[in-house]
Design a binder for this molecule. Structure first.
Ligand code: NAI
Ligand code: MG
Length: 357
């Protein structure tokens, strides 16, 4: 039994974020109790339209002091486009966490769960089980560039990809370490060095250099175009896939899409050194189209809670949640509408909590 008490900042945000979060907490509390993990939750109402309406900003000025010392942040979803533009709400909250807490790893599992209809033909649970590791702070998503001669024939725009040795090496190190910890010990790198002839050969060079430090890990690389095709045609080939910010962004949506509904996909925005808290959140957004109806699938949020426990070092408790999700989905009785069932959000959350052991 671990003696440490973990302090978790809980931010439900907008829309279905508010509906799935109580179920995530329910399952976390159950798993924590069963496995002797001590969790303390602090709840925050900022990073939401409701907060913005009252205060004219997405977060208080001292948001960093409020949540920067927590062991992790458990997040629902932010965004309410009918009331506030996404670039204001997301850049005023979630993107600030990623940048200012140096969460340079975006991590998503790609796993076909039992009982979930797979959009790819003839695939069964066990066939698809890998991780996408996306660089989350630099690369193609830089703010270096500009526009000149606007509204003239000479108008031009430019935006520079920025790859630093520190930035590339640290994401590769994380990915190789993850591969080394897995039975297949296999890493795939996404590149495009045949077309992007400066930064991508550099990325490849750093992969080769990092691979030398991990002799037990087999590795390969594919150009991003054929790699996306292989995600669909041969998802069983992959174990850990690492990519730059743009390539990782594409792969981390495509991967989970190959395994079914967005409602179950989890993610982590991670600062591996623990200098800052990491954020764990479902991949989906606030889903205004179904918000308030109590029908959202809570499994993406619940699974994100499992990733959070794993990150905190509470591997057994984390695994107990993933297994509970698998059993709940396999039984096919208490599933939400997006999976063809008629259970509501609470019934599904309670079912997963009951399955935790
Ligand atoms: P969305 O993920 O909220 O919804 C896309 C579709 O999937 C909708 O039809 C929705 O009903 C369905 N869906 C999503 N999660 C579900 C769940 N748990 N159970 C059942 N069905 C589910 O994406 P959308 O509509 O593009 O964005 C809505 C808002 O969320 C926007 O403001 C957007 O910026 C924001 N957003 C926030 C994210 C975050 O907080 N990390 C991520 C993605 C979008
Ligand atoms: Mg994306």
């Amino acid at each position: 039994m671990s003696k440490k008490q973990y302090r978790i900042a809980v931010i439900p945000g907008d829309g279905i974020g508010k509906e799935v979060m109580p179920e995530g907490l329910r399952v976390l509390e159950t798993a924590a109790k069963k496995h002797g993990v001590s969790l303390h939750f602090d709840h925050f109402d900022f990073s939401s339209w409701d907060y913005y309406e009252k205060h004219g900003q997405m977060m208080p000025g001292d948001w960093k002091e409020k949540i920067g010392k927590h062991d992790a942040i458990y997040f629902g979803a932010v965004g309410w486009p009918a009331k506030i533009p996404d670039h204001v709400s997301l850049w005023g909250s979630l993107i600030k966490f990623r940048r200012e807490f140096d969460q340079y790893v975006n991590l998503r599992p790609v796993r076909l769960m039992p009982g979930v209809p797979c959009p790819l033909a003839n695939r069964k649970p066990g066939d698809i089980d890998f991780w996408v590791v996306r660089e989350n702070t630099e690369g193609e998503y830089s703010s270096v560039g500009g526009r000149m001669f606007p509204d003239t024939d000479r108008e031009f725009v430019t935006q520079q990809t920025v790859m630093t040795r520190t930035g590339v090496d640290r994401i590769l190190k994380f990915a190789f370490e993850l591969a080394q910890s897995r039975p297949k010990k296999h890493l795939t790198s996404a590149t495009k060095s045949n077309g992007i002839s400066i930064t991508m050969p550099y990325w490849d060079e750093r992969v080769e250099a990092m691979a030398k430090k991990f002799p037990g890990v087999k590795w390969d690389k594919y150009h991003i175009d054929i790699l996306t095709a292989n995600f669909v045609l041969h998802p069983d080939w992959f174990d850990v896939v690492v990519g730059s910010n743009l390539f990782g962004d594409i792969l981390s949506d495509l991967g989970p899409a190959c395994t079914g509904t967005i409602g179950i996909a989890p993610s982590g925005n991670i600062n591996p050194e623990g200098d800052f808290p990491s954020v764990f959140e479902p991949v989906h957004g606030s889903a205004p189209d179904i918000a308030g109806q109590g029908i959202a699938n809570p499994i993406g949020a619940i699974w994100s809670g499992a990733m959070m426990l794993d990150h905190l070092g509470e591997k057994v408790a984390g695994k107990s949640i993933v297994e509970a999700i698998e059993r709940t989905l396999a039984e096919r009785t208490l599933r939400t509408k997006d999976l063809g069932g008629n259970a509501d959000t609470t019934a599904c959350g309670k079912a997963v909590a009951d399955m935790v052991d």
